[in-house]
Write a protein that binds this ligand. Structure first.
Ligand code: HEC
Length: 263
């Protein structure tokens, strides 16, 4: 009798455990569906946004990303755009760099020493861009398109997209120019077409699962130029901003819903 009782007890325990695991798996699935690793970078970015830095020991909280000093809601979805105080068109990272040098009194050299991070140590720009982009979720993508410098930047970006360079004579369109092209199983979106640019731009910056990194559009431009075997473009240069401007303008009207996940 005692044995039977034990067996019943053991069966009960096993059943409870199985129910527990099923519940845990369910919980895990829910967590993945609800949250993305990008959220960890958002938290880090918020801390960096509020942290006093540089010779002036001030935070970035008064940085004007285009919607007014310190306004984050919707700011990312409206970039790149023209900034009068800098008399140029800026994307998010270029504008952040501007605020680091003007508000915080940091040198360009120091602030850009480490613009692309690693899995265990993201760069300031990566964490900040995750945090700031997240404040544009649900906002329609609408970069600046009216100022003459905005128009010029868009046109430059478009020209660069089709401009062949380097030893291999590649343009962006060499890889991102025809439907159905793939490299190592990766689909190559035809980014000068709105239907392809929209879902892509609406999810950058993004968490890159294969390298456990939060990557930005400045990084993406850099990495694609690397694949084109050209010298590395300068971070936050007119060229990279123009390309990002062109791609973002092509995606306009889409609702921003990043930071997303990439392979
Ligand atoms: C040699 C081929 C090649 C060229 C040329 C190239 N790319 Fe790419 N690009 C890729 C590959 C491969 C990926 C996908 C990588 C991955 O999934 O990890 C990619 C991804 C991208 C993405 C992200 C797509 C997404 O789904 O989120 C963007 C944006 C992009 N490229 C823009 C450009 C621009 C702008 C240029 C020109 C400056 C360019 N690429 C030139 C190969 C190329």
């Amino acid at each position: 009798m005692r044995l039977a009782a034990f067996a019943a007890l053991a069966a009960c325990a096993a059943l409870a455990q199985a129910q527990d695991s099923a519940r845990e798996i369910q919980r895990y699935r829910q967590m993945i569906a609800e949250g993305s690793p990008a959220e960890l970078f958002e938290v880090e970015g918020e801390a960096l946004w509020k942290k006093p830095e540089g010779p002036k020991k001030v935070s970035l909280e008064r940085c004007d990303l285009g919607e007014g000093p310190g306004v984050l809601k919707g700011a990312y979805a409206h970039l790149p755009r023209y900034f009068k105080d800098a008399d140029s068109v800026m994307d998010l990272e270029t504008r952040l760099l501007h605020c680091m040098t003007t508000l915080q009194g940091r040198s360009r050299e120091e602030a850009t020493r480490r613009v692309f991070g690693s899995a265990d140590r993201p760069s300031e720009f990566e964490s900040l861009s995750a945090y700031i982009a997240a404040q544009s979720r649900g906002v329609r993508i609408a970069p600046g398109m009216s100022h003459p410098k905005e128009k010029a930047s868009y046109e430059l970006g478009r020209a660069l997209y089709f401009h062949r360079v380097g030893a291999w004579d590649f343009s962006c369109a060499s890889c991102h120019g025809d439907e159905g092209k793939r490299i190592r199983m990766q689909e190559l979106p035809v980014l000068y077409k709105p239907e392809a640019a929209r879902p892509v731009i609406a999810t950058w910056p993004a968490y890159r699962v294969s390298t456990s990194q939060l990557v930005t559009l400045q990084w993406r431009m850099n990495d694609c130029y690397r694949q084109m075997r050209t010298p590395e473009p300068t971070f936050a240069s007119e060229t990279t901003v123009a390309l990002i401007h062109f791609l973002t303008a092509t995606a306009r009207g889409e609702t921003y819903h990043g930071p997303g996940n990439k392979r």
